[in-house]
Design a binder for this molecule. Structure first.
Ligand code: ZN
Length: 378
């Protein structure tokens, strides 16, 4: 069982000077902005979830025949299971500054209440599954930012605890109902490129071997697999090689369920260029992969990508694209429009093409999820 944070409070001095890529959201170019930050970061290690609640949650995860079977039944029983929307871009829209090598993971350390509120807002908007704020939280990244190894582990667990706390808060207000079911918590595992923070998660050209990628992912994946999260969200994967590495590491934690989701360049290929149907064939053979699909991709490619996936697998398909706006590298701003109703109308075509788990990624927010719930939800 995952350790529940102790009640001790401590302060960490984080003093660093780095060249960082200043991304607006999950994609966009590096600005090469130089900055220096000298301050003391408050890292309050207080319990987020009462121990008894965490134990009940973990017991529910383990007492079914298996967690994997339970998820398979859950997905089979849904026409559409609504996921949440973007995290980092929504934090930015709310005025939080996350131009930091740790990106949104910085708020796990500095202002966890903001993350919990975001999860809560997505539940009230209609989400049935929360994705944790651990996408860019890695041992290497946190240690580069001045945290010790054990503190990095605490911060990763905290990402899951915040989602559980939001779910408990939502249920305690009486919003839960049998029709929607118990909200799931998916622990985000971002790609190697998210740690580099240079946009390479949309290219996948890291120059690393499969075993090097597996070594990078191993400890974080194993830690998140041991938390109360029902499954892992291995997301924004740009290459078949990284999917192979993640699958290898996932198989080292038998009984752990995961969805694998790819970032894609067009209607048939993932960002690194491999056909998504090849990725589906690889993952179709893994009993621990309970769903596969696409995220952080332009909405106009999603229907085609789902059809490509469906030709290669009968597993549930997950789809959570970006809003449809595009990043203007010269002007350093987003262009185009995002209309939640139009997004939800498009989502009907994703559902018709075979997607079961549907939500939003960059530049989507609670209004998109509310529209999805109205268009697709029971
Ligand atoms: Zn995204």
């Amino acid at each position: 069982m995952a350790a529940i944070a102790s009640s001790a409070a401590r302060t960490i001095d984080t003093t660093y000077s780095k060249s960082v890529s200043c991304q607006d959201g999950r994609f966009g170019p590096s600005s090469g902005v130089q900055y220096r930050r000298h301050n003391a970061r408050q890292y309050i290690d207080a319990p987020l979830v009462p121990k008894v609640v965490a134990e009940q949650h973990y017991a529910a995860k383990c007492t079914m025949n298996s967690n994997i079977e339970r998820l398979e039944k859950r997905f089979a029983g849904h026409d559409a299971l609504i996921l949440d929307g973007g995290l980092a871009t929504e934090l930015q829209r709310r005025g939080h500054v996350i131009d930091d090598p740790l990106w949104s993971a910085r708020l796990l350390c500095d202002d966890p209440a903001v993350i919990q509120q975001m999860h809560y807002d997505y539940l009230t908007a209609g989400a049935n599954c929360l994705i944790t704020a651990t996408y860019q939280a890695t041992f290497a990244g946190l240690e580069n930012a001045g945290f010790s190894h054990s503190q990095a582990a605490d911060i990763l667990r905290r990402g899951v605890d915040l989602a559980i706390a939001a779910k408990t808060q939502w249920q305690n207000k009486g919003f839960n109902n049998a029709e929607r079911g118990d909200p799931l918590i998916a622990a985000s595992v971002g790609p190697y490129g998210a740690f580099l923070h240079d946009g390479s998660e949309y290219r996948g050209d890291y120059g690393l071997s499969r075993s090097q990628l597996a070594a990078f992912h191993r400890e974080r994946l194993q830690l998140l697999a041991a938390t109360e999260a029902e499954l892992l969200a291995c997301e924004t994967i740009p290459s078949l090689l990284e999917a192979e590495a993640l699958r290898e590491v996932l198989h080292e934690s038998p009984g752990t369920a995961a969805w694998f989701s790819f970032s894609c360049r067009n209607g048939t290929q993932i960002c690194h260029g491999e056909p998504i149907s090849e990725c589906a064939k690889l993952l179709d053979e893994s009993p621990q992969v309970v769903a596969m699909g696409v995220n952080c991709t332009a909405p106009q490619f999603i229907e085609s990508l789902i059809k490509e996936l469906r030709r290669a697998t009968e597993k549930p398909i997950v789809a959570y694209p970006n809003s449809g706006e595009t990043w203007d590298a010269r002007q350093r701003c987003w262009t185009g429009t995002s209309n939640p109703q139009q997004f939800a109308e498009l989502a009907r075509t994703w559902q018709a093409a075979g997607a079961t788990l549907i939500g939003g990624c960059c530049r989507t927010g609670p209004e998109h999820i509310r529209a999805l719930r109205a268009a697709l939800g029971k």
